[in-house]
Design a protein around this ligand. Sequence first.
Ligand code: EZ4
Ligand code: CO
Length: 408
Amino acid sequence: MRIRSAEVLVASPSRNFVTLRLTTEDGIVGLGDATLNGRELAVASYLRDHVAPLLIGRDAHRIEDTWQFLYRSAYWRRGPVTMSAIAAVDMALWDIKGKLTGLPVYQLLGGASRTGALVYAHASGADLDDLADSVHARIEEGYKAIRLQVAIPGMGGGYGISSGRASGGRYTYEPAKRAGLHVEEGWDSSRYLRYLPTMFEWARAEFGPEVMLLHDAHHRLTPVQAARLAKDLEPYDLFWLEDITPVENQESLRLVRQHSTTPLAIGEVLNSVWDFRTLVQEQLIDYVRASVTHSGGITHLKRIFEFAGQYQIRSGSHGPTDISPVGMAAALHLDLAIHNFGIQEHMAHDRLTDEVFRTGFSWHDGAMHPGDAPGLGVEYDDDAAARFPYEPAYLPTARLVDGTVHDW
Ligand code: EZ4
Ligand code: CO
């Protein structure tokens, strides 16, 4: 079963997505997500100019061999651009294998280990009243787990605050801005550290003990600040505290561990199993945040999760809107199949995105299922996509009060 064509599709139905479409000689189509927020065209070029020519004529059945070939023969290893490109090829080949066998991908991965993947949604607010509205909307939609982000008084914002309802009435948070290349946000760790525990105290009083609550610090604290926050949040029983320090200095988490039992989640900016060695072997985290789209696809993310599973660390796949519905489907198939599943992030896509990507996802009791169509179960509508050409969009920069560039 040879690959006949490899097309790179770029569209912007409310935000940019890069999709790889492989077609076999028999006309079987496989889709893969290659979206890298704010750097989309680098991956599109990597695929179009360097990978597509290598794929034509290859046996579409050989998923592992193709993965190793693309990884090892490039010589230049790892990194988000390379690993997103390999991920797209990997997803598309799993999609094809599913269609050839007539099975949904989770069946090929060993079958379902659970009835659905517990998902968490985002809620945010400009203040506590606004946040309460956002949380109630999520609870009404059926979510059992919710990430809370709130603007910090006196700081004029904070990470993860929605700017309102997008098309279709959904509250969305879209960090990449089309408006300009130089969107800047202020940051003040002292105000944040003082305010956040009072927000969670309020949230537990307001929403009770049952709802699972999460928070993302988005890489902004020093080790000792991170230890203090994790300790201060202990009484509020978080499901996890995410990206509490920049991920490059993994040893800094030892300090956080010594001072707190708040569960930690890290890894959305990492992209290979080797990046997780210290975090996993020293048991410095409780959840692995890698994404199927940026970490070499289903084949490699499964390897990362199995490595983590040896240390009782569970999965927490990254699932913002910058993971396309194709990436989300791939993540859900893996979530269903692996043993050490923890939770799946789910930011509902804008209605315009749903016009381009048709999914068969279903919902039950705060959990999602990718559906039972053969392959990944997602279809791409070229006519709809043609209405939404690529539009440059960039992530913001964070600056401290004195103007210093900080970790966004
Ligand atoms: O800000 O993927 O946990 N989720 C996140 C994301 C990131 C975006 C950046 O493109 O931190 O929403
Ligand atoms: Co995050």
